[in-house]
Design a protein around this ligand. Structure first.
Ligand code: 5GP
Ligand code: MN
Length: 339
């Protein structure tokens, strides 16, 4: 972010503003963590601040400080739309294009508020007055830390801000193991712990609160795991019937794709999850090294994301989607085998 932008934002936030913070649809740990981290920080500036999420998010995120103040656009549409229309400033966090907010796209597009984007996804749209977009960043939470620091306010980071930001850095880096994790990431994490983030408690709240049914669903997913060693790829499927059998709840499939990527020699992993209500197969792609699942998803599955983690969708049946995935692999053979 340019120095002049920081000066302008500092000036902008020097007087009380009506501020709305919006992350992407199906918010994950980074989306919720960055939104609430920024929320707690902005409250200290005496602003009126609201976090509006497009829809619900997993239960393992519902302990994060400020969770109870979040408004959901799909069930509280009128209140959310009014807040967006009345806002002076809208922060858009952890996404690169309004369509990533689902049904909030229209009200955001029509809003005349000043927009500030903080995001680490590739190919950002050009809607924001101030854009802090950096694909090299581990997480939007790490960027919110830098943002607060650039504004000269790191002294305002308290236990609540630190806890929220720790969550997103931890979840988006796969607990500090993905390539996006740098020494700076670790330095920030150290500072967040110093500010009061309880690392053991946070890991426990996110990762060790599984329901029995979720673990049974994981067992089902692992049974469905298929390896394609000639393409160095592996995939998992979950049908709607399988999800129902295990009393699927939002968030239950989070992270399962990483088991496919953990197979020795595999550099590309996918999970295909049937969603009959939305009429789609939700796809998550993960990779190791330079193989870009962002490009694969953009080219074939109407999605995108990062080099090593991307999402997408398919309107074909579950079987046909898997067939399509297998059929495009030969065209990536060279890239996959170079890894
Ligand atoms: P997931 O597989 O967990 O849904 O998504 C992996 C990563 O890709 C996340 O950072 C997510 O925000 C991003 N992502 C998922 N779907 C899309 C999409 O349709 N477009 C873009 N640009 N990014 C996506
Ligand atoms: Mn993120």
């Amino acid at each position: 972010m340019k120095k002049e932008d920081i000066t302008s934002i500092k000036q902008l936030l020097s007087t009380k503003k009506k501020i709305v913070i919006v992350p992407h649809k199906n918010p994950d740990g980074d989306a919720i963590g960055s939104s609430l981290g920024l929320y707690h920080y902005l409250l200290k500036g005496n602003h009126q601040v609201h976090v509006l999420v497009p829809n619900d998010y997993p239960a393992f995120l519902k302990w994060i400080p400020g969770n109870d103040t979040i408004l959901k656009h799909d069930s509280q549409t009128k209140a959310c739309n009014t807040l967006v229309k009345d806002a002076d400033v809208i922060f858009t966090l952890d996404f690169n294009a309004f369509h990533r907010t689902g049904n909030m796209e229209t009200v955001l597009t029509e809003s005349s508020a000043l927009k500030i984007m903080i995001d680490h996804h590739q190919a950002p749209d050009d809607y924001a007055t101030y854009m802090f977009s950096d694909v090299s960043m581990s997480s939007t939470c790490e960027m919110v830390y830098h943002f607060i620091d650039m504004l000269g306010d790191s002294n305002l980071i308290d236990t609540d801000v630190a806890t929220c930001l720790y969550v997103g850095i931890m979840t988006d880096t796969g607990s500090f193991r993905f390539r996006s994790t740098t020494s700076t990431t670790h330095q920030i994490i150290a500072k967040l712990i110093e500010k009061g983030a309880d690392n053991t408690e946070i890991h426990n709240n996110i990762y060790d609160t599984n329901s029995y049914e979720r673990l049974q669903l994981l067992g089902c997913a692992l049974t469905n795991l298929r390896a394609l060693p000639e393409s160095r790829a592996a995939y998992i499927t979950l049908s709607q019937a399988e999800l129902q059998k295990h009393n699927y709840k939002k968030g239950d499939t989070e992270g399962i794709v990483n088991y496919a990527l953990s197979l020795d020699g595999i550099v590309l992993a996918a999970i295909f999850i049937e969603d009959k209500k939305e009429g789609i197969i939700k796809i998550s792609l993960r990779s190791k090294g330079d193989f870009s699942v962002n490009e694969m998803s953009r080219a074939h599955f109407q999605g995108g994301g990062h080099t090593n983690a991307a999402g997408g969708k398919s309107y074909l049946s579950l079987n046909k989607t898997v067939e399509k995935f297998i059929s495009i692999l030969p065209s990536y053979n060279k890239a996959l085998n170079n890894e």
